[in-house]
Ligand binder design. Structure first.
Ligand code: NAI
Length: 302
């Protein structure tokens, strides 16, 4: 029987080694989830002190998960944690981190020039077939990828906070991203036990494009005095089935982050002006340093 029409893709060139740049909130989460699911992961940051912070984030999360998953079985808890750590290496030399890796996931500061500088450097020293991905929330992928000579091997891979808990990954496929790159990223996210969705390179991708204008409408509604923040939160939880009300969620995301997304979109001019109009209440809170949960106060006090 002539079996030339095999529809299965050979698995021999699938991704095994991943390097994550940035060991902050998101980077540490991505490292952990990849390592938990059998990838060999290198976590890179610019200073050892930041690496240590990332390790602490992973440690805390792993012991929480271990206790939940293997309730009274201390041996299994220990072995789960040890196996995960055995898949993780750390590195403060960014060139070394890129050696022999199949996929680079960038989760460094949200600044276009900083991201471009990193990728420009990595493009020169990485294997030709290494795939590059950015976890950016608000920058156009094409603006970052254009600095490289591997735009076909470049995509967005947008995780959600907290990474170990949130099931979704948005894969941003722009006009330059090849089908092979895209398929490999779909495969990686599934092997990380996440659910991928695909979106074009548009402001906010899917989740933030819908969520941020909704959160801002809630602030406007309260600002006009039409309902209290508490009642709006209760209404959306009990009447719309949301797990968190819009003010609780805004405080969780960070008011500075929300403000910077809305300000960026307004400057960009690609989104309807009414949806991104400035909001005095939000600007005031950020000015006062009330950034949400992380600063002890935002719409609520913690
Ligand atoms: P973070 O501030 O917690 O961590 C950033 C880390 O990157 C820091 O440890 C910093 O030292 C490191 N870094 C800076 N320049 C570097 C370089 N050249 N090489 C290696 N490491 C470098 O930031 P966070 O919140 O983890 O965000 C990272 C990225 O993820 C941003 O692009 C952000 O837009 C995106 N993102 C953030 C989400 C969130 O909820 N915080 C959600 C989804 C995406």
């Amino acid at each position: 029987l002539n079996n030339n029409f095999s529809t299965t893709t050979p698995n021999n060139n699938s991704i095994q080694n991943i390097t994550v740049y940035g060991s902050g909130l998101m980077g540490a989460g991505i490292v952990q989830v990849a390592a938990q699911n059998g990838f060999k992961v290198t976590m890179v940051d610019i200073e050892q002190a930041f690496i240590e912070k990332g390790k602490k984030i992973i440690d805390a999360s792993l012991s929480r998960i271990a206790k939940k998953q293997f309730k009274d079985d201390e041996n299994s808890q220990k072995s789960f944690i040890e196996t995960t750590w055995s898949n993780i290496k750390t590195e403060t030399n960014s060139e070394k981190g890129a050696e022999n890796t199949d996929l680079i996931i960038e989760a460094i500061v949200e600044n276009l020039e900083t991201k471009q500088n990193l990728f420009k450097k990595l493009d020169k020293i990485s294997k030709p077939n290494t795939i590059f991905a950015s976890n950016t929330s608000s920058l156009p992928i094409s603006e970052i990828s254009k600095i490289t000579e591997r735009q076909d091997k470049f995509a967005g891979l947008h995780f959600f906070n907290p990474v170990p808990q949130m099931k979704l990954v948005e894969i941003i496929k722009n006009d330059q991203t090849s089908e092979d790159t895209y398929q490999k990223l779909v495969d990686v996210t599934k092997r990380m036990k996440k659910t991928p969705v695909t979106c074009k390179d548009t402001p906010g991708f899917i989740v933030n494009r819908l969520l941020v204008p909704y959160l801002m409408e809630a602030v406007r509604l309260a600002e006009r005095g039409e309902a209290t923040t508490e009642d709006i939160d209760t209404a959306m939880k009990l009447g719309a089935g949301m797990p968190m009300g819009p003010f609780e969620l805004s405080d969780f995301v960070g008011l500075d982050t929300l403000k910077s997304i809305v300000d960026g979109w307004r400057k960009d001019g690609k989104i309807d002006a009414g949806l991104v109009a400035p909001i005095k209440k939000l600007d005031d809170l950020v000015k006062e340093g009330k950034l949400g949960r992380k600063s002890g106060a935002g719409f609520y006090t913690y």
